[in-house]
Design a protein around this ligand. Sequence first.
Ligand SMILES: NC(=O)c1ccc[n+]([C@@H]2O[C@H](COP(=O)([O-])OP(=O)(O)OC[C@H]3O[C@@H](n4cnc5c(N)ncnc54)[C@H](O)[C@@H]3O)[C@@H](O)[C@H]2O)c1
Length: 262
Amino acid sequence: MPKSVFITGAAAGIGRATALKFAARGYTVGGYDLNEAGLASLADDIAAAGGAPLTGRLDVTDYDEFAARLAEFTEAAGGLNVLVNNAGILFGGRLQDIDPADHRRLIDVNCKGVVNGCQAALPALRATGDATVVNLCSASAMYGQPELAVYSATKFFVRGLTEALDLEWGEYGIRVIAMWPLFVQTAMVDGLDIGSLDTTGVHLSGDDVADAILAAVEPGPLDRLTHRVHYSVGLQAELAATITHYAPSWASRLLHKYVSHS
Ligand SMILES: NC(=O)c1ccc[n+]([C@@H]2O[C@H](COP(=O)([O-])OP(=O)(O)OC[C@H]3O[C@@H](n4cnc5c(N)ncnc54)[C@H](O)[C@@H]3O)[C@@H](O)[C@H]2O)c1
């Protein structure tokens, strides 16, 4: 029986690239999203390459819907080896310039969506054994980001949830890991006009992140031995993580002030 992966937000961007990479690796892929046209095109591409994907509409903010799609997929695929909590949204701008309803939606999708996925998937992940949960965090969880304040706060949430569940679920043999890319060329950053993006530019593609996810899900002996939880993606994120880790907090503040043009 091939291994299986359930990916949210799979219709576009990083999720779509990740679905294609896992399919090429021989996994049974489940792609779920609100965007059904994007899912149909993903399914066509995987099928054209000889795969047999499962796709379906899913709003990650709805726990019952999430549990239902996971149950259908797990039954059809014969288990659940990997869950990728990838669906996410972003609104850029100063806090007061963003509609309060958009702030609430951002928190619902980026935080509640990941909690829903983890909780709904746990029974299937436990039953399968040696399973992995991959949560899409972000370099914006290294230091609070001006003009991305709520988005960046949601990624701090994802970081905390990942670390806690990695410890809670170790006894079940489930790895819970977080991916930390800086800006990636997807629809999420199209038209985004903020200082930090202006300073750093965009140097990652969806494929780069998908490659990093695949490598993290099939870790080498050192990552297994050290129970690695956090995976920076790309040189810029690696550098930022190292500086943020070792620099005193005043220096981190100054760095992020400079980068964000604040
Ligand atoms: N693009 C970046 O610069 C970047 C950087 C770091 C982290 N990330 C994270 O990577 C993940 C993927 O981002 P992306 O750049 O591919 O974005 P994207 O906008 O290209 O794709 C996101 C996908 O999620 C889907 N989605 C949105 N709300 C949903 C919901 N409620 N239920 C189900 N699906 C939903 C969208 O329809 C879309 O297909 C996000 O969690 C994002 O925060 C992105």
